[in-house]
Design a protein around this ligand. Structure first.
Ligand code: PLP
Length: 397
């Protein structure tokens, strides 16, 4: 009997058995005839998921962080200026990487729980008549706080200022779970990884480049070797890699895209929205607050929940693990100890989510918080009850 509970960390996510098997292949020669077919299929699957007709998709044996580096190192030159917002641990780390790579960062700090302020970006871009700013960095879904920023508004800000800067978007915890419109939003580089919406182990850094971003890769760039996109593009065009690819992971990615497209992207997004709404209903029933400042910022993939003042949120995460064998996300950076996170993305059903809500409820009761057994579960049940979801969503949010 398996004693494995679902995980409720915001990645890596639960792996469907089909995808576990898809990654578990015997050794296959990556120079054999099947490889270019697999690679083309996986690239086209990702393209469909990000809603792009002609983005160039590249898949590195890496993680999302490698994707960030690929985006920066291939489109910018040392000393270039980028515009960024720090609103959580992942936007913070991306900014740190920019600095480590010798870029000049113009940034603003907003409260952790806020989104990307597109009006601030528009002011900065409009004032930059010399077009010193070469790229705008947006973390679509800040996994540390459960905040989704509006990428379309950032595109509008760029257009309103008639500014040519590239739009680089971290979609690590949004792509394949929430609406992501690469073409419509005029995204130049999108970055993601295999271990969240694609329901695979960590191990792939996935990037998509617009034509405009591809053009930038032909010039200069930051010092780079492994992440040289020109080398990758040349090898990809020939149906291969500049080094040894991870055949099993690529097969997993191809199958994951197939599963998501078969479910239907709109159904995948609706499922994530419904599951998240049930989680937020539970938080309200517990009389706790989410970290995201306003409903339009609520993430459909992760909810960060503030605990009462003076209580250490890490105790919830460690007690859940030791007492009930269930993993939740700890608070990171500025909100460490102040929030715990429920990851509700990837391969998850309403019923699985109820098990997470019920377990965290037991944990909070065990730790002496003023929570009534069943309160959060009942609120989530009302959100998930067959035929009631639409009504619930209209009324509740
Ligand atoms: N960006 C976001 C929003 C993330 O949530 C993460 C990881 O959780 C990363 C970037 C870093 O990705 P990776 O851990 O795959 O390198």
């Amino acid at each position: 009997m398996s004693l494995q509970n679902p995980v409720f960390i915001p990645g890596p996510t639960n792996m469907p058995e089909h995808l576990r098997r898809a990654c578990d292949l015997p050794t296959i020669d990556h120079r054999s005839a099947g490889f270019p077919i697999l690679l083309a299929s996986a690239r086209s699957g990702v393209q469909s998921i990000i809603k792009s007709r002609d983005a160039e998709v590249f898949i590195f044996p890496s993680t999302g962080t490698g994707g960030w580096e690929t985006a920066l190192a291939n489109t910018l030159v040392p000393g270039d200026t980028v515009l960024a917002v720090r609103n959580g641990m992942f936007s913070h780390k991306w900014i740190k990487m920019c600095r480590d790579l010798g870029l000049n960062v113009v940034m603003t700090e907003v409260a952790w729980g806020e989104g990307f302020p597109a009006d601030w970006a528009e002011e900065q871009l409009a004032a930059d008549t010399a077009h010193e700013i070469k790229a705008v960095l947006v973390t679509h879904n800040e996994t540390a706080t459960g905040v989704t920023s509006n990428v379309a508004d950032v595109r509008k800000a760029l257009d309103a200022a008639s500014h040519p800067a590239l739009l680089l978007v971290d979609g690590v915890s949004s792509i394949a779970c929430m609406e992501f419109r690469f073409d419509d939003w005029g995204v130049d580089v999108a970055v993601t990884g295999s271990q969240k919406g694609f329901m695979l182990p960590a191990g792939l850094g996935i990037v998509a480049f617009s034509r405009k971003a591809m053009k930038e890769t032909e010039q200069g760039g930051l010092p780079r070797g492994y992440f040289n996109l020109q080398d990758m593009a040349t090898a990809t065009a020939a149906g291969g890699y500049p080094y040894t690819p991870s055949y099993g992971m690529l097969n997993g990615l191809n199958e994951a895209c197939g599963m998501l497209l078969e479910e239907g992207l709109e159904n995948v997004f609706a499922r994530h929205n419904r599951i998240a709404s049930g989680g937020r209903a539970a938080v309200r029933a517990w009389a706790l607050e989410v970290c995201a400042a306003r409903p339009e910022l609520y993430s459909d993939t992760v909810t960060a929940i503030r605990v009462p003042e003076g209580f250490d949120a890490n105790r919830i995460v460690s007690h859940a693990e030791t007492a009930y064998g269930m993993s939740f996300g700890a608070g990171l950076g500025d909100v460490a100890g102040k929030v715990f996170r429920i990851g509700h993305l990837g391969s998850l059903t309403d019923a699985m989510t109820l098990s997470g809500i019920a377990t965290v409820e037991m944990v909070m009761v065990d730790l002496g918080l003023d929570i009534t057994f069943g309160s959060g579960v009942a609120a989530a049940q009302a959100a998930y009850q067959v035929g009631k979801t639409e009504k619930f969503l209209e009324a509740a949010e």
